[in-house]
Design a protein around this ligand. Structure first.
Ligand SMILES: [Zn+2]
Ligand SMILES: [Zn+2]
Length: 384
């Protein structure tokens, strides 16, 4: 007597279809003769395959439940033992075709609701807009549910009918002869594409697709503090779903145009200002641009080139992952003392006088460090 099919797969009599599939898959991987070289692997594999062939089919299973092996004799056993002339099919090949029915290209999966696709749009903000946040109008194309047919794809007044080829199941089962014996292969129905229904009278607006590509526009609220490359997801703004599935998302890729003189470093804003030697030596009040407008900066007497002043709270808002922000970074103003390269007569005299006043021991000095602005800033932050 053949073994009980439930025992073969190691599942209970109340096991669900998924449990059965899973049990079969695990066992098949274990006992496939390409993998398992023990003497009885092949016969065990056939047994497993046979059990699965019966228990995965609702009709066969119910007959087996009622009548045992007698109820299904010939259904699965017939092809067994016949290796045919085809030779051994490879492990991958068998699995490929065997699992095609339920591995994501699955017939049954096609029938349920499918979420619509995400749509990408790019927005480019000015530097200051990135500081303050902005509402940006965007236009894009997306699939909307067809208004004419309400998404059904059928001409109004008609409706989709059950597919005659698969009786509305969306999948067709073929028994293939392989070295394993008969292998039941489920694949999406070619007639209805796995949907289980066919549309006799296609909606003229959407040609039966149920969705139509249309222009859409919305206003995207970009939070304050965004940086280049940030992606913001707006759920429910993407393509319409299929068969009642939800819409996908609108994914906004944010770009920020570089500023003429501000630079961003984390949430701080860097600015370089140039002052002349007189301002540096004597001190001065200078107007400094910030993203909030000009502010007065008091230069201390004796300000050296490379000196950095910090304007608190004049940087970027610190954006949190939920789109809100807490506090702001600072603006760092680095002072560059410029030595005049052209002097008029009067200035030349004044510098000469200055030299006299400093004494004759005028040492040539190293002007600057030879590093660029970014490098000097890095040194500054490193505490050098
Ligand atoms: Zn339509
Ligand atoms: Zn069909």
């Amino acid at each position: 007597m053949p073994r009980d099919y439930y025992d073969v797969l190691g599942v209970s009599r109340s096991a669900s279809k998924d449990d059965i599939k899973k049990a079969f898959r695990d066992l098949a991987r274990q006992y496939h003769p390409d993998i398992n070289k023990s003497a009885d692997a092949e016969s065990q594999f056939k047994e497993i395959n046979e059990a699965y062939g019966i228990l995965s089919d609702d009709d066969q299973r119910s007959r087996y439940d009622r009548f045992g092996h007698a109820g299904v004799s010939g259904a699965a056993g017939g092809g067994f033992g016949g290796f045919g002339g085809a030779g051994f099919a490879g492990f991958e090949e068998i699995f490929e075709e065997f699992f095609a029915g339920f591995s994501g290209r699955g017939a049954s999966r096609r029938r349920g609701p499918i979420q619509g696709s995400d749509i990408r749009v790019d927005v480019t903000l000015e530097f200051v807009e990135a500081v303050n946040g902005a509402e940006v109008p965007v236009e894009f194309e997306r699939l909307d549910s067809c208004e004419t047919c309400g998404g059904s794809g059928a001409q109004p007044g008609t409706s989709a009918t059950s597919c005659p080829q698969c009786s509305g199941t969306g999948e067709v089962r073929q028994v293939r002869q392989t070295f394993l014996g008969s292998v039941v292969q489920a694949s999406p129905c070619p007639r209805c594409g796995g949907t289980g229904t066919i549309i006799e009278n296609r909606c003229k607006s959407c040609d039966g697709a149920g969705r139509r590509r249309q222009r859409a526009s919305t206003t995207v609220k970009v939070p304050a503090g965004v940086r280049e490359g940030l992606q913001i997801q707006f759920r429910g703004e993407g393509d319409a779903g299929e068969r009642g599935g939800p819409r996908g998302s609108l994914i906004v890729h944010v770009h920020v145009r570089p500023h003429e003189y501000f630079q961003r470093r984390e949430n701080d804003i860097l600015l370089e200002i140039k002052v002349n030697v007189a301002q540096a030596a004597l001190g001065d009040k200078v107007n400094v641009p910030t993203v909030d407008g000009d502010v007065e900066l008091v230069l201390a007497a004796g300000t050296q080139t490379g000196k950095v002043y910090r304007l608190r709270g004049k940087g970027f808002p610190r954006l949190r992952s939920d789109g809100t922000s807490s506090g702001r970074g600072d603006q760092l103003v680095q002072v560059i003392v410029e030595v005049p390269t052209k002097l008029n007569e009067e200035q030349r005299k004044l510098f000469a006088k200055l030299a006299e006043s400093f004494g004759t021991n005028v040492n040539p000095t190293v002007s600057g460090t030879g590093k660029n602005f970014v490098e000097r800033m890095r040194d500054f932050f490193a505490g050098e």
